[in-house]
Design a protein around this ligand. Structure first.
Ligand code: DGL
Length: 289
């Protein structure tokens, strides 16, 4: 039974300041590619992964809906004791993160933190490109938000960014078609569409956490001189750096080495697919909020 707004606020208040797991959120399975790197970087930390599979994909949805869905998820993870939540989803980072940080966090609990994946990726890309021409593939929502353009303009103003939306890539992954022949058609078409915008492009940002699951196909259609940039390791390195700079948050992470998997859809289906992505057994729980 979903909790009412008031009762969830009371539960959040009751867990304020108590150490808890790191929350990792995505619309579906894609954030597991980030979770895997986070667990490698922080093997002793506890994690709760939440996939909003019932409402995925987010990529074609309005700003307003993505914001509300993401806020629901963050509140749920807070109510489970998470003091730190990573939005392991570019679409949510693009459309919801700033509002949650600026408007909701001060009301919910000013000491908790919600971090996204776009800023760390934008920071990293400046040290990788040699030509200054960078390609970005992402969901229609992420590309239309211009979040990467804005971050890169702040951090590395001399870089030229060429974006292309790939509306079919997340559905291919969510429907387990990432190794199928249909994926060849869409991946080739979209990789060509981004890379032909400038022959100097030497770095391709995978600006969606689902896309590493299409890496075999992406590699197949990307020339060898182009560096393909998945986000997992970048986000993990950035979190380690954040925790070094914020020992007060580091101290509020419980360390039992556990991971709990939550989904808003059917638990058995999530468990079997997530086990493939994680390379180890997963026993997911279904949640409603
Ligand atoms: N993994 C999400 C992202 O990074 C997927 C978006 C979706 O649900 O469409 O953008």
């Amino acid at each position: 039974m979903p909790n009412s707004d008031n009762s969830i606020n009371e539960i959040i208040a009751a867990t304020a300041g108590h150490p808890g797991p790191i929350g990792v959120f995505d619309s579906g399975y894609g954030g597991l590619t980030v979770l895997r790197s986070l667990r490698q970087a922080l093997p002793e930390a506890d994690f709760i992964y939440l996939g909003d599979n019932a409402r995925a994909p987010y990529g074609n949805r309005s700003f307003d809906l993505v914001y509300h869905f993401t806020l629901d998820a963050v509140r749920h993870l807070f109510s489970l004791g998470c003091q730190l939540v990573i939005l392991a989803c570019n679409t949510a980072s693009a459309k919801a993160l700033r509002t949650i940080q600026q408007r909701d966090l001060p009301l919910l609990d000013p000491d908790r933190r919600v971090l996204g994946v776009i800023r760390p990726t934008a920071e990293a890309v400046g040290t990788i490109t040699r030509t200054g021409a960078v390609g970005l593939v992402g969901t229609p929502g992420t590309v239309a938000s211009h979040s990467y353009d804005l971050e890169l303009a702040k951090l590395h103003p001399s870089l030229r960014l060429y974006s292309h939306a790939c509306p079919m890539w997340v559905p291919l992954v969510e429907n387990l078609e990432s190794e199928g022949e249909g994926a060849d058609y869409f991946v080739r078409r979209d990789v060509e569409a981004v890379l032909t915008q400038d022959a100097d492009i030497d770095t391709l940002i995978l600006g969606c956490t689902h896309y590493p699951l299409l890496l075999n196909k992406i590699r197949k259609f990307t020339p060898a001189h182009v560096t393909i940039l998945p986000q997992g390791e970048i986000v993990a390195a950035s979190l380690l750096d954040y925790l070094r700079r914020h020992p007060e948050m580091d101290a509020r992470i419980t360390r039992g080495g556990t991971t709990r998997y939550l989904t808003t859809e059917e638990a058995d289906k999530f468990s079997s697919l997530a086990a493939v992505f994680m390379g180890s057994p997963v026993a997911a729980e279904r949640v409603a909020y």
